[in-house]
Design a protein around this ligand. Structure first.
Ligand SMILES: Cc1cc2nc3c(=O)[nH]c(=O)nc-3n(C[C@H](O)[C@H](O)[C@H](O)COP(=O)(O)OP(=O)(O)OC[C@H]3O[C@@H](n4cnc5c(N)ncnc54)[C@H](O)[C@@H]3O)c2cc1C
Length: 464
């Protein structure tokens, strides 16, 4: 009898265009495994909102695999040790997995490859970033040049359908019960606002299908938080419920200019490229000079941070974003930038504090995407927006027509006119239950520009 091979699922929770599953199915019977490893990632273990998503996504994947007689075995602990044990139990010698770029996964892949035959496959990105090289053979550090090189290698291969020849081994294999992992919040249950999301492969394809007719309008609509102009595919892409190649090919068939959207999907590849060359990017400034930045600390700073997390800064667009994040597990990209910039530059708080908060609250929290974008906004990154360019939330709000967005997420302001809602304090109609501005814009801007002088004293170009 053919021995089974193991498919190690991580952020690739799908059947279609899943090269590891396809290769294993070709070899014979398949055992799927997901290991919840909360130690290896250290501070970057899966956050609260994402645990909710993971519960539902694993439920969907297990049901889909079961239709083909393939079990999804759940284990908790050190991934390498658990997969080693499972291989012994089922007599498997080969493990198939999609290659991932998070530093803890690269360590685990190396260790597993020494213990068993580990066959790594692509499928998480459009292309392997290690193969995208500059003329002199180095790795790209700037998005624009990286994208140009990646774009020339596109389109990616056509996505492959779910394998038809899937089968599982006979006999029962021990597995944890998903409910015992307690991934869903109970006391309190803060997830009712997540009800619109449909985790799982079917949900991912439904979201993709709904977005394709809108892709031609994406370039303008993506900046308007009051509209549903973006694809909302980020949690599906992060969990690998749809492959980026499948997204590419579906979207490329849309009407109008599809390029701005494809370019955004290319950002995922770039952020994996960055964490591949700088694995500590979520914790360490991309520009060392920022180690000298005098971020605020202490009681007042902590109180300001808390007000920011709760959406009580007195800046309506920032508050709307932070409340959307808490309630819905997701925030519009334009508002993610404004809210992050506000925390870093207006409140002068270390970008890593905000990064950790987003990590816990986002259903799409992603090591590469989160760290690269936080460092981009902070100006501390290898490719980033200069620190001195300070976003003005009170200007961004009317510019991107955010009135209805604010009405949705900050009900205290729902009755204000379009003219007043972006800055009720200035318009003289701030409701009593809505906070005063935590700091004035000019004062905050001055403070931030003074603070960065400590950095530019060390490295004059650090804020350019
Ligand atoms: C401070 C900050 C933190 C962020 N943290 C995350 C995160 O943890 N996880 C995450 O997936 N995205 C993150 N983003 C990027 C971006 O905000 C989201 O990917 C996007 O809002 C998701 O919505 P969407 O699927 O509708 O995007 P769309 O506009 O429809 O874009 C399509 C896809 O392209 C990718 N993408 C788009 N913009 C970016 C970008 N700037 N960087 C990387 N990939 C991008 C995403 O996979 C997205 O699903 C962050 C942005 C900022 C400014």
């Amino acid at each position: 009898m053919t021995t089974p091979s193991i498919v190690w699922f991580r952020q690739d929770l799908r059947l279609a265009d899943q090269p590891a599953l396809a290769a294993a199915a070709h070899d014979g019977p398949v055992v799927g495994v997901y290991v919840l490893d909360d130690d290896a990632p250290g501070a970057w273990k899966i956050g609260g909102a994402q645990r909710w998503w993971l519960h539902h996504s694993l439920t969907a994947l297990a049901a889909d695999l079961k239709k083909h007689g393939v079990p999804l075995i759940l284990r908790r602990g050190d991934a390498v040790a658990e997969i080693g044990k499972l291989a012994k139990e089922v007599g498997a010698e080969t493990v198939h997995a999609v290659h991932h770029y998070e530093p803890w996964w690269k360590v685990a892949e190396d260790a597993l490859g020494k213990a068993l035959t580990l066959k790594l496959h692509g499928g998480m990105l459009l292309d392997d970033p290690d193969s995208i090289r500059t003329g002199s053979g180095g790795r790209y550090r700037m998005f624009t040049a990286f994208w140009k090189a990646l774009r020339e290698r596109m389109p990616p291969p056509e996505p492959i359908a779910a394998p038809r020849n899937l089968s599982g081994p006979s006999g029962k294999i021990a597995s944890d019960d998903l409910a015992d992992w307690k991934l869903l919040p109970t006391t309190p249950d803060w997830s009712p606002g997540f009800a619109d999301w449909k985790p799982g492969e079917a949900g991912a394809h439904a979201a993709l299908k709904a977005f394709v007719p809108k892709v031609g309008a994406y370039d303008t609509a993506r900046n308007l938080p009051s509209e549903e102009g973006t694809s909302r595919l980020s949690p599906h892409l992060h969990h690998g419920e749809v492959s980026p190649a499948a997204v590419w090919h579906a979207v490329a068939k849309g009407k109008g200019d599809t390029e701005p959207y494809l370019r955004e999907v290319g950002w995922r590849d770039f952020t994996s490229n960055v964490i591949d060359i700088l694995p500590a990017y979520a914790d360490a400034n991309g520009r060392n000079a920022y180690d000298a930045m005098p971020w605020r600390t202490g009681k007042e700073a902590d109180a300001d941070f808390k007000a920011w997390t709760e959406g009580r800064t007195g800046y309506p667009l920032v508050d709307a974003g932070m409340r959307q994040l808490w309630t819905h597990g997701w925030m519009h990209n334009r508002v993610r930038m404004v809210a992050a910039s506000f925390m870093i530059k207006h409140l002068l708080l270390d970008w890593r504090r905000g990064e950790a908060w987003y990590w816990d609250c986002l259903i799409d929290a992603d090591y590469g995407n989160n760290s690269v974008n936080w460092q981009w906004v902070a100006g501390t990154g290898i490719d980033s927006n200069p620190f001195g360019r300070i976003m003005a939330p009170l200007t961004q709000s009317p510019k991107f027509d955010a009135a209805d967005y604010i009405r949705t997420w900050v009900p205290e302001l729902a009755d204000l006119s379009d003219g007043a809602i972006h800055d009720p304090e200035e318009a003289g109609c701030r409701p009593a239950d809505y906070p005063e501005k935590i700091i004035g814009h000019r004062e905050a801007r001055e403070r931030a520009l003074q603070a960065v002088k400590k950095v530019t004293a060390r490295d004059p170009g650090a804020s350019d």
